[in-house]
Design a protein around this ligand. Structure first.
Ligand code: PLP
Length: 448
């Protein structure tokens, strides 16, 4: 938080949702969307003191915090080398900051940089009403956003199939996952509308949120086109729900990159999750939540009671790279990543066509890491993949793992083209063809 924005005092213990002062313009009652647990969260005084310490003038002496003395840290320098040979060093005050506690919202210079990054990347309407919080990977953001909004047994709309990282958060809360079918362009707006009309007619509780991966969905690789995004957004406004856009593959759309839900969000209904795992390094464990300020404040309060903040060292390293490359340099890096994975996607498709011709059906993924293969003649791939896959020298993800209802059989398989070498990819497709043929043979034998 910049010095000028540091308006929070200990009074915020009584007003937990006031994170920064702004003119309210979103006409949404966010308390309607929060769980009772989320509403009961209060700031930790110690965390507020850290925030104040970061923004106060150097002349103020702080005896308030429980920070260790950096002189005791057994690291005196960190250096890193970028692919173009640029060397970056952390030492002195910067290193001390990188090894120290920080405010829960994030390393203040990075938070400031990420505000600018989001404005430039998405140009969201009414930006003054939004904020960002740095999280420990988008999975951390995902679980905190879901837990802030979906209470025990409450309904939530989910794209089906969906990333299992969302279902593992929702299942223990016994949330009712309402599956919305996708085709090769992602969530189908008519399915969404019909589901809502039916629910309303039946007098069932209406969902407060839609969970979606708008670009390069996990596991199907679909990218929702702009006209669909607009229609889905219209439906969200009509039926008063939030859109949780978990969008780690946004910068990996292989054709065009449609405007994000955040960029369309005139009403303050979009919670955007960014991940730096796929575009920087997954081990840094960094992600970003961008949402209306009261929602960001709820997430920050949750962090105050969980892991305090995302790794400072990771945040400072990220900030160092961001300062070196700038926004445009990041966009150039993303362009490299996009073409890197596009080439891999093309290779994978080439091998899938060569070895799996009559055995599977698939659509070319438009973004992300995954090829979603629907196997002909096998109703459920679970046993084949989990029991016989490794024996045949191949590990894949069975489709049922991605179903909103995991007890439903699923004929699909998810194959990643992100990491394997081209030789391994080819061998894997050849082994998969043998695995499927063997399974089909066994079935045929059972039926005779
Ligand atoms: C759709 C989706 N969301 C979230 C994540 C988790 O990302 P992170 O490493 O940022 O926690 C993944 C990782 O595979 C993902 O595919």
């Amino acid at each position: 938080m910049s010095k000028t924005k540091a308006t929070i005092t200990m009074e915020s213990n009584r007003k937990p949702n006031k994170m920064k002062i702004c003119t309210p313009q979103f006409n949404i009652d966010y308390s309607h969307f929060k769980t009772s647990i989320s509403k009961r969260r209060r700031t930790a005084a110690t965390r507020e003191l850290t925030k104040i310490a970061y923004s106060m003038p150097h002349s103020v002496i702080s005896l308030a915090e429980g920070m260790p003395n950096e002189e005791t840290f057994p690291i005196t320098e960190i250096s890193l080398k970028l692919p173009d040979g640029t060397r970056l060093f952390l030492d002195g005050e910067e290193l001390a900051a990188a090894l120290q506690y920080i405010p829960s919202q994030g390393y203040p210079p990075l938070v400031e940089a990420m505000r600018d990054y989001q404005k430039r990347a998405h140009n969201p309407p009414l930006w003054e009403n939004r904020d960002v919080v740095v999280v420990s990977g988008s999975q951390d953001g995902l679980s905190k956003a879901l837990e802030a909004i979906i209470g025990p047994g409450e309904p939530i709309l989910v794209q089906d199939p969906l990333y299992p990282g969302a279902s593992v958060v929702l299942t223990p809360h016994q949330a009712e996952m309402i599956p919305i079918k996708q085709d090769k362009l992602g969530i189908i707006p008519e399915e969404l509308r019909n589901t809502l009309i039916k629910r309303e007619y039946e007098g069932k509780e209406m969902p407060k949120m839609l969970y979606v991966n708008a670009s390069g969905a996990n596991p199907t690789g679909t990218v929702i086109p702009l006209d669909r995004r607009k229609e889905i957004y219209r439906i969200a406004c009509e039926y008063n729900f939030l859109i949780l856009d978990d969008d780690p593959y946004h910068f990996m759309c292989f054709d065009e990159q449609p405007r994000t839900f955040l960029s369309l969000d005139t009403e303050g209904r979009v919670i955007r999750l960014d991940s730096f795992s796929k575009v920087l390094a997954s081990g840094l464990r960094l992600g970003l939540i961008t949402a209306a300020t009261p929602l960001v404040a709820s997430i920050e309060l949750h962090m105050q009671s969980s892991h305090l903040h995302a790794s400072t060292l990771s945040q400072v390293l990220f900030h160092k790279i961001y300062k070196t490359w700038g926004f445009d340099g990041f966009m150039r890096h993303y362009a490299f990543i996009r073409s890197f994975y596009r080439e891999r996607r093309d290779k994978m498709i080439e091998f899938a066509r060569k070895y799996l011709q009559d055995l599977v059906e698939f659509d070319a993924p438009s973004g992300g890491f995954f090829l979603w293969l629907k196997v002909n003649g096998i109703e459920d791939t679970w046993k084949m993949v989990m029991q016989n896959g490794v024996k045949n020298g191949i590990l894949l993800a069975p489709g049922a793992a991605f179903m909103a209802d995991p007890s439903e059989p699923c004929s699909a398989i998810r194959a990643s083209y992100a990491k394997a070498t081209y030789e391994e990819m080819e061998l894997a497709m050849e082994r998969l063809s043998r695995l499927i043929r063997e399974e089909l043979r066994l079935r045929a034998d059972d039926n005779t």
